[in-house]
Design a protein around this ligand. Structure first.
Ligand SMILES: [Zn+2]
Length: 79
């Protein structure tokens, strides 16, 4: 079972490994801050009936740079 995914950061291009929570649902979307440049990326995870996982990323718009990047912490929010 493949329980890791990859995405390319939309800001710095770094390839990031993300752990996948396969029981969280076949369609997932959450925000993950890039561990390299702290840019928030919106991660999309799709798991089909055969267990194949597709991961892709879209850029999160409207980043507030004034208060954002310096206080970067590795955090994850699910919604
Ligand atoms: Zn980055």
């Amino acid at each position: 079972m493949n329980d890791e995914g990859f995405y390319g950061c939309t800001s710095c291009g770094e390839e990031i490994v993300v752990p996948l929570d396969l029981i969280a649902g076949s369609q997932q979307e959450y925000v993950d801050d890039c561990p390299v440049c702290c840019h928030p990326n919106v991660i999309h995870v799709e798991i089909d009936g055969a267990g194949d996982v597709r991961v892709w990323v879209t850029r999160k718009e409207r980043v507030d740079r004034r208060k954002g990047l310096a206080s970067c912490r590795r955090r994850r929010s699910t919604y």
